[in-house]
Design a protein around this ligand. Structure first.
Ligand code: BG6
Length: 486
């Protein structure tokens, strides 16, 4: 299958925090890979801007090292690397002070055809300062875009304040709030499968779906970022954004068009339809040490921490389509494997014509986000061979790498797609301000609840599936979690 790469318009992309960790691991490698694929026009430029004193050459050296570590297979091509580095520039800029802003202004090109974007790859405490400088220094016009990273606030109040600060200088259609889960290949495919096929949508409702599970399991701990994570926890770090975005895409009504506001309007309706969650439908956990690796509390350097590194909860989307259909959400660190999956578990057939010996069977549509991106539909068939009508469940497997050939093997990183969408001016895969606020409005009371009660998370063994209570949460409804395979 030949993929079609359509070059974007020429751009000047300024990365504030250009020497930071996100730039090194994600943004610069993503731009490099788009350059290699021919999507980045020759006269485009990437301008690193940060506090460190550095010149263009220093930034190119920094990027060369980043690509060697994170650039995937294309980084072996020295010619491509050097070609990309020629597009890079650097200006030392003081986000809170005066230094560097006029140099940055001088560097930017004023031609109308050149897209100008500012990537705020910095902590949210600097968003307002950067936005105000970009605006007051005359670096922006009505077409300039800004990109902001999560965390977008810590709760509703802080998210609202951030939205208001940005709104002083930029229109909503200029603000690109990143949730990198929306840029993942399978997430896009989820929409294609739902809205591009006749097969699923008629069954996609409370009448045919028994329940939905969303799992994002990670093997990593929080070591190295414990001080951020300990103030956040799994609810703020993963559920409020990534898992809720997945839930929205699964549960939303078909938008009339695949356009930014049409899609985001439907997602917002889902968030607003979420019921509050009872405390007994939430299980929080914290990983312990396995003897070799540190415990959560050691990683967080907080021996009395009550922050959760795992959370499982059951919630309901109270609308006509999903009435009484449970959505089970689960995410955690230091679990048995890195496995992210959305599973749509259909109801049993209303009557089994094959008798009790054949067992009861359910179709499950499993959408794997990582690893091995793809989808599997579990169907029930007759077990081959003689011996009567025995039924078995077999997977109809669609692994994207297999189905699409070698090109799909190195699945496009979410950041590649998202940064190109910024340049294209397509906000479909970015969160709108009201969506973010609605998501905090749902999570805030849950967090306040356990903080008020002083609840401690349940300890769980590293390398497992989380605390036992997470299993009880679903087992008591007569259901089971899907395995987190090691
Ligand atoms: C980030 C979280 O947003 O997503 C991290 O802050 C988490 O804690 C990461 O590890 C997971 O992303 P991915 O793409 O590796 O699943």
């Amino acid at each position: 299958m030949v993929s079609r790469v359509i070059p974007v318009d020429t751009f000047d992309l300024v990365i504030f925090g250009g020497t930071g960790d996100l730039a090194r691991r994600k943004i610069l490698p993503a731009l490099f890979r788009r350059y290699c694929s021919g999507q980045m026009p020759e006269d485009s430029r990437v301008i690193g801007a940060a506090r460190s004193e550095m010149d263009d050459q220093g930034f190119r050296d920094f990027t060369r090292e980043a690509l060697a570590e994170f650039g995937k297979s294309q980084a072996d091509n020295a010619e491509a690397v050097e070609g990309f580095l020629r597009h890079l520039h650097y200006v030392p800029v003081d986000a809170r002070g005066e230094g560097g802003w006029s140099d940055l202004k001088d560097l930017l090109r004023d031609d109308e055809g050149i897209v100008r974007a500012f990537y705020f790859s910095v902590g949210p405490s600097l968003f307002a300062d950067l936005a105000s400088h970009v605006h007051s220094r005359g670096l922006s016009n009505r077409d300039t875009r800004i990109v902001v990273e999560k965390p977008f606030g810590h709760d509703l109040e802080s998210a609202r304040a951030l939205n208001e600060e940005l709104a002083q200088y930029f229109h909503e259609d200029q603000i690109y709030r990143i949730d990198h889960y929306l840029g993942k290949e399978t997430v896009q495919n989820l929409m294609a499968v739902r809205f591009g096929n006749m097969l699923f949508e008629p069954l996609w409702n409370a009448q045919y779906v028994d329940h939905i599970q969303i799992t994002v399991a990670e093997t990593v701990g929080v070591g190295g970022r414990g001080s951020y994570y300990d103030k956040s926890g799994a609810m703020r770090d993963m559920v409020q954004n990534h898992l809720m975005q997945l839930l929205c895409l699964i549960a939303m009504e078909p938008p009339a068009r695949f356009e930014a506001d049409a899609v985001r309007d439907e997602k917002l309706k889902v968030i607003r339809a979420l019921d509050p969650v009872d405390p007994d439908q939430i299980v929080r956990g914290q990983y312990t040490s396995d003897g070799e690796m540190p415990s959560y509390r050691e990683d967080a350097e907080n021996p009395t921490s009550k922050t959760e590194s795992f959370i499982a909860l059951k919630c309901y989307v109270s609308n006509w389509r999903w009435a009484n259909t449970p959505f089970y959400l689960r995410t955690g660190k230091r679990l048995a494997s890195r496995a992210s999956e959305i599973a749509v578990v259909f109801k049993e057939t209303p009557h089994s014509i094959f008798g009790i010996d054949s067992g009861r069977h359910r179709n499950v549509l499993s959408i794997r986000l990582q690893p091995n991106e793809g989808m599997t539909l579990g169907v029930t068939i007759k077990e081959p061979g003689p011996g009567g009508m025995r039924l078995v469940d077999v997977p109809l497997d669609m692994s994207f790498a297999e189905a699409l050939g070698p090109e799909a093997e190195e699945v496009t990183d979410a950041y590649e797609r998202l940064i190109m969408d910024v340049i294209r001016g397509n906000q479909t895969l970015f969160m709108r301000g009201d969506e973010v606020e609605a998501a905090w409005s749902w999570t805030d009371p849950l967090i306040e609840g356990w903080e008020r009660r002083g609840d401690s998370p349940k300890p769980y063994d590293a390398g497992g599936a989380g605390p036992d209570d997470a299993a009880f949460l679903i087992n008591r409804d007569g259901r089971r979690w899907r395995g987190i395979k090691a």
